[in-house]
Design a protein around this ligand. Structure first.
Ligand SMILES: Cc1cc2nc3c(=O)[nH]c(=O)nc-3n(C[C@H](O)[C@H](O)[C@H](O)COP(=O)(O)O)c2cc1C
Length: 166
């Protein structure tokens, strides 16, 4: 690998995405309620921890998505960390389906934010700070409540779902 690479714009974007994909992450579903009470959620792997005291976490939301006004306006949302048997949930919440919650059982978090069942961990967050981040909006939020279960996590690496080796 050379120290410097000079790319065309298209090559830069593709190679940048591939290089970012070398950072292995977990997979979450971020959920909230729209003003009309409808549950809203999407798959997110930009989640990360920020601060222990105060307890802060972050994630980023693409400015192109229809849920932007809902997440900007909501008081609370939930971050559901998926277990390794929840790949179908990740695919569902990464789709453009109109009713992602149909037939899905979930608990009610703060502000009615859906807390999905069978997750590794669930964080209930106050929608505290939002910052512009290029083509994404960065959400930095205070964790009000959380729970966890000892389940292996679903992972995402190199554009594909992965699991921990047994
Ligand atoms: C593994 C994975 C991670 C994702 N992470 C993010 C993310 O961090 N931020 C984001 O805005 N979209 C992310 N997406 C894309 C959204 O889940 C996708 O655009 C989804 O359709 C948005 O829901 P909506 O169409 O109902 O708005 C991710 C998708 C996948 C499969």
């Amino acid at each position: 690998m050379s120290a410097q690479n000079y790319y065309t714009h298209e090559d830069f974007t593709r190679n940048f995405r591939n290089a970012l994909g070398m950072f292995a992450t977990g997979v979450t579903v971020v959920t909230t309620r729209a003003a009309n009470g409808a549950p809203v959620g999407l798959t997110v792997n930009s989640f990360n921890s920020v601060s222990l005291d105060p307890p802060l976490v972050l994630w980023s939301l693409s400015v192109t998505l229809p849920s932007v006004p809902v997440f900007e306006a909501c008081e609370y949302y939930a971050i559901n960390v998926l277990a390794d048997d929840q790949q179908a949930l990740s695919q569902l919440f990464a789709s453009r389906s109109d009713d992602k919650f149909a037939g899905l059982q979930f608990d009610q978090g703060l502000g009615g934010a859906p807390l999905l069942r069978g997750c590794c961990a669930r964080f209930e967050c106050r929608n505290t700070h939002r910052y512009p981040g290029g083509d994404h909006i960065l959400f930095v939020s205070e964790v009000i409540n959380f729970d966890r279960e000892d389940r292996p996590p679903l992972l995402f690496f190199g554009g594909a779902y992965r699991r921990l080796a047994p």
